[in-house]
Design a protein around this ligand. Structure first.
Ligand code: NAD
Length: 354
């Protein structure tokens, strides 16, 4: 059996993970994967029950699982708690506890939703790219100083540090992922200015020697930010450090036109975690109108990357393509002329399309 820990979290997290589990159960019937589901709390929901956003027991259960499906955490109710008790602490706890060193964010432009993109259809049509972001190193985790006096003037500083093994690990993952995609890697750095970027580029070039079938190119981050909106179709896999990946993946996420459709994977040393990129959307929680597609596509990534079941993952992706092609739209992507459906209804349709 393959054990999946489901962490619904807060707000729409409850509704969208329920949808994804329905789809996974249907896929399991078809492909005989042997999925087993177990539930844990995180975020505000966990705080209400246990006084902490993530219990050690929940983290341990995740460590022993084959994959974690995560909804979202957060809500106004918990915004005034001390920092260590806030819902988002659960995400950091899971990242650290599971050693989630890479974040994978695909951006695909669905032909049916092309007009929702803020970019011109002729620019974005056919875009299908994946950002592989280093998640546990770099300037977000380097030594820092919040405030000090230098020559009587207040200053603050952060430090970008990367070691060779850290760069090798993320680069290998990017190349291996490119091999099962279109065989192209673009490494993004700022090697014209930063020492850590120069090491990054050297190590990426070294790792590339072991992947002769994958085409490698390098871009400075300022140019990459421009190219993403000028010609996103040129990219297959983009690999980059923590801070550049944070910024570029948010930029890339709007290209597709809907936040509700965007999945992500955080690859771990122990267990990997899969979640939609959006938050807990308290404004629509409980109304039955949330778009579950981002979470369902995250479940497809779990099948592909943690269980090696590309066939089942592809079946889910095809079912979503067909649902959109047949004109079904949740409120967030609805426009005149299409069929408006709620969370449960669209889930049912996706299951029937499997
Ligand atoms: P959000 O992503 O929750 O919502 C932004 C907007 O998009 C809202 O109008 C919302 O209704 C809409 N939206 C988001 N997902 C949708 C979906 N699946 N279907 C339809 N509409 C959808 O971001 P926010 O409002 O800035 O944050 C709300 C809470 O979520 C905050 O507490 C924040 O800290 C938390 N958050 C959590 C995560 C996470 O758990 N990974 C990520 C981002 C934000």
């Amino acid at each position: 059996m393959k054990k999946i820990i489901v962490i619904p979290g807060d707000g729409i997290g409850q509704e969208i993970t329920a949808s994804a589990v329905k789809v996974l159960k249907k896929v399991d019937e078809k492909f005989n994967i042997g999925l087993e589901f177990d539930y844990r709390d995180a975020g505000g929901t966990s705080y209400e029950k246990f006084g902490t956003p993530l219990t050690d027991e929940a983290l341990d259960a995740c460590k022993k699982a084959d994959g974690v499906l995560f909804g979202a955490v957060g809500g106004k109710k918990w915004d005034s708690l001390p920092v260590h008790l806030r819902p988002e602490k659960a995400i950091f706890g899971l990242r650290k506890g599971l050693g989630l060193f890479a974040n994978l964010r695909p951006t695909k432009v669905y032909p049916e939703l092309i007009n929702s993109s803020p970019l011109k259809p002729e620019l974005v049509g056919g875009s299908d790219l994946l950002i592989v972001r280093e998640l546990v190193g770099g300037i977000y985790f380097g030594p820092r100083c919040e405030s000090e006096l230098k020559d009587g003037v207040e200053q603050a500083w952060d430090t970008e540090i990367y070691s060779v093994p850290e760069i090798e690990r993320i680069t290998k993952l990017a190349f291996e992922t490119a091999k099962i995609r279109r065989g192209k890697v673009t490494s993004v750095d700022k090697a014209n200015v930063l020492a850590a970027s120069r090491l990054w580029r050297k190590v990426v070039n070294d790792v590339a020697k072991n992947f002769p079938d994958v085409e490698l190119s390098h871009l400075y981050v300022d140019n990459a930010a421009m190219q993403l909106v000028l010609n996103p179709k040129q990219f297959d896999v983009i690999v980059t450090n923590n801070i550049f990946g944070d910024i570029l993946s948010d930029e890339a996420s709007v290209i597709g036109g809907s936040i509700g459709l965007m999945p992500s994977a955080s690859i771990g040393e122990l267990t990997s975690l899969y979640e939609p990129i959006h938050g807990s959307a308290p404004d629509i929680a409980g109304k039955g109108i949330a778009n579950p597609m981002g979470t369902i596509l995250s479940a497809a990534m779990l099948l592909r990357y943690s269980l090696n079941r590309d066939d089942a993952a592809q079946a889910i992706e095809n079912a979503i393509d067909k649902t959109l092609a047949d004109g079904y739209r949740t409120a967030d992507i609805f426009t005149d002329g299409f069929k408006r459906v709620g969370t449960d209804e669209v889930t049912e349709i996706i299951c029937n399309n499997l």
